[in-house]
Design a protein around this ligand. Structure first.
Ligand code: TIU
Length: 228
């Protein structure tokens, strides 16, 4: 089992029990006219992680390892949307309202779908989730148990909201989580930096972080060994 360089110390990259988790790479967070812009965010801040996640997805697929995708969205009848979430921040366009990419953050609409660069392949697990935590009101836990997955390589947006929340909730459920430093972004670079620090402080109280180059190296090296 390879040990890879990470913060705050080495991470066991266990090929038999690991998956890539891609959090909320959706148009509503990354493209103009979506949920994020309605909240007044600078969506250009999320661009750098997009090609990094695409590379990681390709490498995990090539290695035959699971790639899991979450998408934050709500049912068309809004029955899973708390009023507190709909009205929070008093946005001009609220969740469920019509925008340039269909109804904002509603499952099945153009805006809630994945950006082209990071979309799932057929057969990969896609988890619609109504909250920031990928375990809340989803079947993620059941899937991970069934596949005997105990470690997660985490990517996606945004670092300080759905990514951090999911990593903390995964940690509480016993998963070893490695957050890819350049495979995640926030609308607020300073929040991203503080989140990476907070997650790995106190001896890795929530988990580990490492750059994508380290993850890509371990995947490539293992593929080379297999080929020999
Ligand atoms: N607003 C913000 O930073 N994020 C979210 O609302 N959802 C996710 O992080 N996916």
């Amino acid at each position: 089992m390879p040990m890879i360089d990470a913060k705050p110390f080495e991470f066991d990259f266990d090929f038999d029990h690991i998956a890539l988790l891609c959090i909320d790479m959706q148009r509503d967070f990354i493209l103009p006219g979506g949920f994020a812009e309605s909240l007044g965010n600078d969506i250009s801040q999320l661009q750098p992680c997009v090609p990094v996640i695409a590379k990681l997805q390709e490498a995990f697929r090539t290695a035959g390892l699971p790639v899991i995708h979450t998408k934050e969205c709500h049912k068309p009848d809004l029955s899973d949307l708390p009023t507190s979430k709909r009205v929070r921040g008093n946005p001009k366009v609220k969740i469920g309202d019509h925008g340039p990419m269909g109804r904002i953050l509603i499952d099945g609409e153009e805006g809630s779908d994945f950006i082209d660069e990071n979309k799932p392949l057929e057969g990969e697990l896609v988890i619609p989730k109504p909250g920031k935590d990928s375990f809340y009101a989803t079947n993620l836990r059941e899937y991970l148990i069934k596949r005997n997955i105990s470690s997660l390589v985490i990517t996606g947006v945004t670092t300080d909201v759905c990514v951090q929340t999911t990593m903390r909730c995964a940690n509480d459920r016993g998963y070893d989580c490695l957050l890819v430093e350049d495979g995640t972004d926030s609308y607020f670079p300073e929040f991203k930096a503080m989140t990476l620090k907070a997650l790995t402080a106190q001896g890795g109280i929530v988990g580990w972080t490492t750059p994508s180059s380290v993850v890509l190296d371990v995947l490539a090296t293992t593929q080379m060994k297999k080929a020999v």
